[in-house]
Design a protein. Structure first.
Length: 1241
């Protein structure tokens, strides 16, 4: 639709937005709103001290719209609200009112509609509430738990997997890994449902269904953070989290729901958690349409308005207006091209169906040399991949691919995803200094609590950006606010004065009452109180510190107890007890210390010691406290707080009936003074010192050869029942061998077909057999395996090599035979064979036969592992030629067979029913085989209670430190103090060359093509500068020196709280950016071809620039900046103050349409935009230092004193103690991506 009279207006302030909406609603006939979770009840309730004032500090845009639209409906206007919300799936989705012209219609997105289909499958009629449906289902005898499980599989799991495959982000994932994760979580859910149902609770069916209905709200992902860190989520999105929490609380307190909640949480905290952002029932726009002629898009606006002047954010709403009904088909997503009559602006509306291609087109244009992106978060894999794919584009200039991203620093829930995009897609390197602890943990263990500073020292943090001719240069910066500490102290003093006045109030003292009332009504006092409470909410972690340490200690002790339980399961053995009590005979079971250990026991104890040694900060072996003087155990002290008995004394290692003295510590070995002693600590020392840990082909070949037994077997036992059992087992293994060979043959055929159509070979790198088996052993026998497997197969290689070199050949064979036994038991459990109860007559002969079968079983397990590796290699192929093979004759069969076999393989060692399998036939079974049960039982116990729910939240979502840029430095004798905190980005835009931009939508998973969205493309044409002024003025405000913010060229410091609240920086600049410098270096060349007037104007401008150097105050300030910012710079590095000058030159050139040349002499400048980003990078790194240098000086000194008390004096003083922070240059800092973040976003 072209040449329609059309206007576009940018709105930055909520008051202006409300005034415009009020104006047009008064004249409206029809009003339509598209939104998420809409309700007038969405009023944030903050627990603040001054509730009488603070209650008005926050209010929501939702509440205003609800009240405004309700009033419009009362006046006879037709109001339609399309609400994507959790209410779609609850019984409260019917809006009760007496206004037929006020309608709220709940809708669901594509992914969440799967849940709708699931509910319908349960038998819910259209006019029936979900609760009533559940009650009726309980009463039906023919619809039991099996029917529910059928619906879960057919209506949830399968549709979810099918839907995910259509998403772009899914193509970037390891499909096999994603499928496996989903299979695991649904199997766990189903098992939990069966377990709960078996307990006989009458309402279990209804409870389970309601819990599933609650899952949709779990995927409003930030709700996880609400209880522990209510202000952790970025800016105004904290309000959305509060709404989500209110909904989730309807079901999450039910104890039967925790198992389901925990299973979902486990999936979300994995490295593929970000794909499940797609399940959120929400759209990525917030749009109001009036009479089909007026459109307001405020998706870039914060939903909360905070009355505090200390609260700074970047908002952008778009107001579009025409004299015709151009938005009549908006609901059908028919967006048409719109151009104004005067051809000053071009506007195009994009839906989710067109935005991706539109962005690709713009980014691939050679003339678009710089893209400036601003967004609350940068979590879009799709957009990151588009940027990366530009590597293959041919550009006129090699340095055309430049991207500036200004975003909020990611928080705990999405930092992992941001890190992946930065390092894996953009190939930049995040450098975390030693001041940032790597908080290693797993699902069971936590380190002992220690007092800590809530502010992390990021002074050495930086991001090294890849810089070459082919790759895109991607710079990420984040804005922050800085207030003078004295200003903050003034806020605090005002609150204190108010509290004192309040104390003086008595019933008989009217004067004091009036004095108090006048005080709190004074605008300046109200502002200061608002500001103080807002800042207190930013520094919430200081108040949480005590609670965090208490929780950490609780989980530390529980982890220690878990280690004790696990060790006890290895060092003790069950022994039946029979006795009498008051004449009644009773039978029981006790546990006694083992005197003899198998090699499997010893290796598991060695793994446990290795994990303890490398996980905890401090350990002491051979620990003997006074109360342990008469203990018959070797012990380990952990963190100077707890001790663990790891091995009894006077015990032996049994290898083929040969008993070898066994001890744990090297000190104990020295005490024993015997010739042959197996020492567990020495085994671990050998493992740690091993440098060459690769398994050679010869070693692997010899291992396989040792498993192959002679074909002839004439030995038979005398007992027919024993012989029958052994033959049954052998037949079972032969069947497995045939199955494995079939799978192997089909995989090989598929690999050949793929490689025929693909130049590159499949990256199939089968691990050596020994390593593969060791990896499985660690994963399934050792409950702390996650700690050992940070680097895939690395530890398995280390352990394999240690076993080959450290153990005797007899010990090696004994160890691997135990693995064969476990696999044999797995096959038996999953077969229909019946074992006869027998009493073995010839134990020696039986053992030989059994060992032979164990080796054969182990060999088949090796082949299965190799098949698994082949299958994973195939699934990783991302090539069109592979996708074309889907119709291959054997493809379907091999896919189905291998997936099933591989999924079974993952549970080979889960031997929950081991005790019920032919006990008499396997009386020599190593005790260590069942130690895996300890882990299984421990986890299961937790999953039945709220405790596990709390633990998962604490371990994965709680963050004990202040968010990035949140810190307070008190003034010292040499430095002024300050308070800093983030400036929140709410708006989203992607711009090109400062002349055009896409606004709206969300740059997150599914935001570019999967979620319903509205993007508005706005371009300046015909000399218009609407887009350019907006973008350049924002950058100017972020960069301008404090002393030059008056924008007159005079030196006058203006604090952030005044500068950013005026919004004057978004208007046309009153002065050229080059005049806002402290030093001038190069005049503009005056060409002979210019007119006399042009020459005079350039001469006048040069004189203004030269006047900067004649200003003594500016010269002195320049030197001050240069000295303070020069500390630690390399010889050829750009000084940050000079980088600032370079940025001012660039902004002015962009304002003057000088894009590809040097403005002063009109020569080509191909690196112009790349150098601008490098200058910004210099400023960003400088401001990181300005904020954080010296931030933890006090704690560093305390640590140094503590170290000195131990007699370990440091040879060199900490350089940080001498380093002084540089002066801040503007308010942009390198984006801080915290460590150990999650991938949700």
């Amino acid at each position: 639709m072209k040449n329609k009279e059309f206007t576009c207006q940018y709105i930055y302030h909520q008051n202006n937005l409300k005034n415009l909406i009020d104006k047009y609603c008064k004249q409206a006939k029809n009003i339509v709103l598209y939104c998420n979770n809409f309700s007038r009840k969405n009023i944030l309730n903050l627990a603040l001290t001054d509730h009488d004032i603070a209650k008005d500090c926050y209010y929501s845009l939702d509440k205003y719209l609800y009240d405004t639209l309700k009033i419009s409906a009362y006046k006879g206007k037709k109001v339609q609200i399309y609400d994507y919300s959790y209410e779609k799936f609850t019984d409260s989705n019917k809006f009760s009112n007496n206004l037929p012209n006020f309608t709220i219609t709940p809708l669901s997105c594509d992914m969440t509609s799967i849940l709708d289909d699931f509910v319908k499958a349960l038998g819910k009629s259209e006019n029936q509430t979900i609760s009533k449906t559940m009650t009726q289902e309980l009463e039906k005898e023919n619809k039991n738990i099996d029917f529910l499980i059928f619906c879960i599989n057919e209506k949830l799991k399968i549709p979810i997997l099918q839907k995910l495959k259509s998403f772009d982000e899914y193509q970037k994932l390891n499909e096999y890994k994603l499928n496996e994760q989903i299979e695991l979580v649904f199997n766990e859910l189903i098992q939990n449902i069966k377990d709960i149902y078996a307990e006989g609770y009458e309402l279990v069916y209804k409870i389970i269904i309601n819990a599933f209905l609650g899952i949709v709200n779990i995927f409003r992902l930030k709700s996880f953070l609400t209880k522990t860190q209510p202000l952790l989520v970025i800016g105004d999105s904290a309000f959305e989290s509060f709404k989500a929490y209110k909904e989730i609380s309807k079901w999450s307190e039910d104890k039967y729901s925790y198992a389901i909640y925990n299973a979902i949480t486990q999936l979300l905290i994995s490295d593929i958690g970000y794909i499940f952002t797609l399940f959120e029932n929400k759209i990525d726009h917030y749009t109001l349409i009036i009479d089909n002629k007026i459109l307001f898009d405020f998706s870039g606006f914060g939903t909360i308005r905070n009355q505090s002047l200390a609260y700074h954010k970047q908002d952008l709403a778009i107001h579009l207006q025409s004299n015709e009904e151009i938005f009549k088909d908006f609901h059908n997503k028919k967006f048409l091209k719109l151009i104004t009559q005067n051809s000053k602006e071009e506007l195009i509306l994009h839906s989710r169906y067109s935005i991706k291609e539109a962005l690709k087109k713009q980014m691939s244009l050679d003339q678009n040399r710089l893209s400036y992106i601003e967004s609350p978060y940068f979590n879009s894999i799709t957009l990151a991949q588009i940027i990366k794919d530009l590597k293959g584009e041919k550009n006129e200039s090699y340095y055309a691919k430049n991207f500036l991203i200004i975003t909020n620093a990611p928080q705990k829930y999405n930092a992992g995803l941001h890190q992946k995009l930065t390092e894996e897609i953009f190939e930049n390197t995040i450098i975390y200094p030693d001041t940032i602890e790597d908080e290693t943990q797993n699902d069971i263990l936590i380190k002992a609590p220690k007092d800590y500073d809530t502010t992390i020292d990021y002074s050495k943090y930086k991001i090294d950006i890849i810089d070459n001719e082919k790759d895109a240069f991607v710079l990420s910066l984040s804005p922050f606010i800085c207030l003078n500490y004295q200003t903050y102290q003034g806020f605090k003093d005002t609150v204190k004065e108010k509290e004192e006045l309040f104390k003086d109030i008595t019933d008989n003292n009217l004067e004091n009452i009036f004095q108090y009332m006048n005080f709190i009504k004074t605008p300046s006092n109200i502002n200061k109180i608002h500001n103080y409470h807002y800042l207190q909410s930013i520094f919430y972690q200081a108040n949480n510190k005590k609670t965090f340490l208490e929780k950490q200690k609780q989980y530390f002790q529980e982890g220690i107890e878990c280690i004790r339980t696990y060790i006890d399961s290895i060092t003790h053995i069950a022994q039946p007890k029979i006795g009498t009590y008051t004449g009644v005979v009773y039978k029981g079971e006790g546990f006694v210390k083992k005197n003899v250990f198998t090699i499997t026991d010893v290796i598991l104890l060695a793994l446990t010691y290795y994990m303890i040694k490398h996980f905890y900060s401090f350990i002491q072996t051979d620990f003997q406290a006074w109360w342990k003087l008469f203990s018959n155990y070797e012990s380990i002290q952990i963190e100077e707080e707890e001790s663990i008995d790891i091995l009894p004394t006077n015990v032996f290692l049994n290898i083929n009936e040969e008993k070898i003295p066994l001890c744990f510590s090297k000190q104990q070995k020295a005490k024993l003074a015997k010739n042959e002693i197996f020492c567990i600590e020495e085994f671990v020392d050998y493992l740690e010192q091993l440098k060459d840990h690769e398994i050679s082909d010869e070693e692997d070949r010899q291992f396989l050869s040792s498993l192959i037994e002679p074909q002839s077997e004439n030995h038979q036992t005398q007992d027919e029942a024993v012989e029958y059992n052994l033959k049954q087992i052998k037949a079972l293994i032969e069947k497995e061998k045939i199955s494995n060979k079939k799978i192997n043959d089909e995989l090989n055929e598929l690999i050949k077909d793929i490689e025929k159509n693909n130049i590159n070979k499949i990256p199939y790198n089968p691990q050596k057999t020994i390593v593969a088996m060791m990896d499985v052993f660690i994963d399934k026998f050792f409950p702390f395996a996650d700690f050992l497997r940070a680097d895939e197969f690395k530890f398995a290689k280390l352990l394999s090599k240690t076993i080959l070199n450290f153990l005797t050949l007899k010990a090696q064979k004994a160890f691997y035979e135990s693995i064969g036994i476990s696999y044999l038991l797995f096959l038996m459990m999953n077969s229909s064979i019946q074992m006869k109860k027998v009493k073995i007559q010839n134990q020696e002969q039986f053992n030989k036969r059994l060992k032979r079968l164990n080796k054969i079983a182990l060999l088949e397990l090796c082949y299965m592992q190799k098949n698994k590796n082949k299958y994973e290699a195939i699934m990783l192929v991302d090539d069109l030629s592979f996708k074309e093979l889907k119709n291959h004759d054997g493809f379907k069969d091999i896919t189905n067979i291998s997936k099933k076999q591989i999924f079974q393989y993952k549970f080979n060692f889960t031997l929950k029913n081991i005790r019920s399998i032919a006990k008499e036939s396997f009386i020599s079974l190593p005790q260590a085989i069942i130690t895996d049960l300890i882990n299984q039982l421990w986890i299961s116990a937790y999953e039945q209670s709220k405790k596990e729910h709390e633990r998962l939240q604490f371990l994965n979502f709680a963050h004990k430190y202040n968010p990035p840029y949140v810190l307070a430095k008190k003034p010292t004798n040499t430095q002024e103090g300050f308070i800093s905190y983030p400036m929140f980005i709410n708006n989203t835009f992607v711009s090109f060359n400062f002349t055009s931009m896409f606004t709206g939508g969300k740059l997150q998973t599914g935001g570019l093509g999967e979620k319903e969205a509205l993007f508005i493309y706005h371009k300046d044409v015909g000399g218009a500068k609407r887009v350019r002024n907006y973008l350049l003025n924002k950058l100017f405000a972020y960069l301008c020196l404090d002393e030059l913010r008056s924008k007159t060229g005079d030196l006058k410091t203006i604090e952030d709280i005044d500068f950013f609240n005026t919004y004057s920086y978004l208007h046309d600049l009153a002065i050229k950016p080059r005049l806002l410098k402290l030093k001038h270096e190069e005049d503009f060349l005056i060409s002979d071809c210019l007119s006399k007037t042009q020459k005079e104007n350039i001469q006048k401008y040069n004189q203004k620039l030269q006047a900067i150097n004649n200003d003594e105050a500016k010269r002195a300030l320049y030197e001050e900046y240069k000295r303070s910012c020069d500390n630690g710079l390399s010889e050829n590095s750009l000084n940050p103050i000079d980088a600032y000058h370079q940025c001012m030159d660039y902004l002015e050139d962009m304002d003057n349409d000088v894009f590809n040349t040097k403005a002063t002499n009109n020569t080509p400048d191909p690196l112009k935009h790349r150098n601008f980003l490098k200058a910004l990078d210099t400023i960003g790194q400088n401001n990181i230092k300005a904020l954080y240098v010296g931030v933890n000086k006090k704690s560093e000194n305390m640590q140094k004193q503590k170290t000195n008390k131990k007699g370990m004096v440091a040879s060199n003083e900490n350089k940080n103690s001498k380093e002084k922070p540089p002066k801040m240059i503007g308010r942009l800092a390198t984006t801080i991506i915290m460590k150990n973040g999650l991938c949700i976003g």
